[in-house]
Design a protein around this ligand. Structure first.
Ligand SMILES: [Ca+2]
Length: 334
């Protein structure tokens, strides 16, 4: 009988309460008095409201995207990037390489850039987030030639064009999609263990990051790991290696949540230089939510690098002043 349920519940609750009925009543009365006192004080009430709104907001944000990008630390990210840009002591040994912006072009502001490469006059770009991921090919003047959605359960990550095939990672899903670069349709799928973040190639092997300080070399036919290298250099503990580009004999790696791009010697995994793009980060993050610098694509025509970020309205062609030393350009891992 439904009418008995409240009685049964109350009896059970009272049974498990160790206080005597009178003591329980006194406690309940005290709580009520305290509650009234809180509500009577305007500032306490406002504090309570504020706390509730913040809690709801945070829960809402965490519900919207269960990914590492839109998390509870959006505000923290902004501060974190600013702090990083100042000059972390562990990066002090790396004098940032000088660069000059030689072109500024629009970038699709909705593109949550994860992978980026320029081949001839065509850009290939992947955009992440669950249920919103896609890959597109567009020209230098930003005319979109092809755009294909990625299945909802996949979170598009790094990509690279190699031997007329476009490889696309899917973050935690463990699937590397191989797409036709013209139609962007999936031709085959490889599996990988762990996470997939950035992807590039050195002309022989695919080079993949997974968010750690490790880079993996993978066979383009089988996608099996053929070699691993630990990225190290100076006193800085390199982590969160993200979007990649192999150019001028070096692996260029975005560092997630940082305005820094590291130049890595592929023969040793040693960081031989850095670029600090804090100025460009600040120019593209005037909106309330901070979005990471992510995206580096070598432009052979200009012998320069395009850089952009997640949901940045602009992309930049920068000329990097690469000294002959200590940059190491030998490749011995084949
Ligand atoms: Ca790239």
């Amino acid at each position: 009988m439904t009418c008995n349920r409240p009685l049964a519940y109350k009896a059970q609750r009272d049974t498990h309460n160790t206080a005597t009925p009178k003591a329980f009543d006194r406690k309940r009365h005290s709580v009520a008095v305290l509650g009234m006192a809180v509500l009577r004080h305007k500032w306490l009430k406002q504090l309570l409201h504020c706390g509730l709104w913040v809690t709801c907001g945070l829960l809402g944000i965490s519900h919207i995207e269960s990914n590492r990008y839109i998390t509870l630390n959006i505000a923290f990210n902004h501060a974190h990037a600013a702090v990083n840009s100042v000059s972390p002591s562990s990066l002090a040994s790396f004098k940032p390489l000088a660069y000059t912006v030689i072109q500024t072009q629009p970038h699709q502001p909705k593109a949550f850039t994860q992978g980026w490469q320029l081949e001839g006059d065509d850009f290939y770009e992947s955009s992440g987030l669950y249920r919103q991921s896609y890959v597109m090919r567009y020209s230098r003047n930003n005319t979109v030639q092809q755009k294909v959605a990625i299945p909802n359960h996949l979170f598009a990550e790094g990509l690279t064009l190699f031997n007329d095939e476009l490889y696309l990672l899917s973050w935690q899903a463990g699937r590397a999609l191989v797409l036709d670069p013209k139609t962007l349709q999936t031709k085959r799928i490889h599996r990988y263990k762990g996470e997939g973040w950035g992807l590039t190639h050195d002309g022989q092997s695919l080079i993949m990051s997974n968010g750690s300080n490790q880079l993996q070399l993978r066979h383009p036919k089988t996608f099996k790991t053929t070699q691993r290298m630990t990225v190290q250099g100076g006193t800085h503990h390199w982590q969160r290696l993200n979007e990649l580009e192999f150019a001028k004999g070096l692996i260029w790696a975005n560092i997630w949540q940082s305005p820094v791009i590291a130049a890595i010697a592929p023969s040793t995994g040693t960081v031989v230089g850095t670029i600090n793009l804090q100025e460009l980060v600040l120019a593209n993050t005037r909106s309330p939510s901070y979005q990471s610098l992510n995206g580096i694509a070598y432009d052979a025509k200009h012998d320069a690098f395009w850089v952009t970020g997640k949901q940045w309205p602009s992309r930049y062609l920068i000329k990097i002043e690469i000294p002959k030393k200590p940059i190491v350009v030998t490749k011995q891992h084949q």
